[in-house]
Design a protein around this ligand. Structure first.
Ligand SMILES: [Ca+2]
Length: 232
């Protein structure tokens, strides 16, 4: 994206020619649109040629464009770095008082709970607070795709939980749902896919039913709910 964007401004060819190959940049420079520059190239011109001709205005223009290109590339780099550092670890987690095993991240919308994240401090896993985030039941494959495409709390990297991970959310002493007392989740449904394929039957995957917290396996073409997770 960055390269295309820079190229669209007609800046990259100049930079390439001027920085990589100051004496032999005619092929790169030939992509420039300016008639004047094309004329320079046809005459055997390069950045060096322009310099020799003493065309100080052209030389200055190329230098300014090169500096601008480098500055923009630098800003792009910083922006990408900042984005990459935005992970679940850097979020501001607030303890969930009814059960301090959990902490909540609210992306600036305190009136809505549906876009919040929940950190389970016991497992280090981050869950969607809205346990019906997809709004419908999905096949196993569609569930994987849904999680992969999801951006929640400004985070990407969501996936279906493994059988072990989803089972660790279960509190067998509870029922309907079989979740720890005082949990912060909302709209908890009954059956949820895990990302774990059955060991012996590859078109079956494990699910967890949160009525009583039992584990089972079912054909992947069946539709269950999905509960996206990622690691802190
Ligand atoms: Ca919110």
């Amino acid at each position: 994206m960055g390269r295309g964007w820079v190229s669209s401004l007609g800046l990259l060819p100049v930079r390439c020619a001027a920085l990589r190959n100051p004496g032999h940049g005619s092929r790169k420079l030939s992509t420039l649109q300016s008639n004047r520059q094309s004329q320079t190239i046809r005459e055997g011109g390069t950045y060096q040629y322009i310099k020799e001709r003493g065309d100080s205005k052209m030389e200055k223009t190329i230098k300014i464009k090169s500096i601008l290109t480098l500055a923009m590339a630098f800003c792009f780099g910083l922006a990408s770095l900042a984005q990459a550092e935005e992970t679940a670890k850097s979020l501001k987690w607030v303890e969930h008082k009814p059960n301090p095993r959990f902490a909540i991240y609210d992306p600036g919308t305190p009136a809505q709970e549906g876009d919040d994240l929940v950190l389970d401090k016991k497992t280090g896993l981050v869950w969607a607070r809205m346990a019906n985030i997809a709004g419908e039941m999905l096949t196993w494959e569609d569930g994987i795709t849904y999680c992969k495409n999801l951006t929640l709390g400004n985070l990407k990297g969501w996936r279906l939980p493994t059988q072990k991970e989803l089972s660790r959310l279960v509190d067998p002493s509870q029922s309907n749902p079989a979740l720890p007392k005082g949990h912060p989740f909302i709209i908890v449904k009954y059956t949820y896919w895990t990302g774990t394929t059955h060991e012996d039957v590859s078109d079956f995957a494990y699910y967890v039913a949160f009525g009583e917290g039992e584990l089972g396996a079912f054909p992947k073409i069946h539709k269950f709910h999905v509960w996206p997770v990622l690691e802190k």
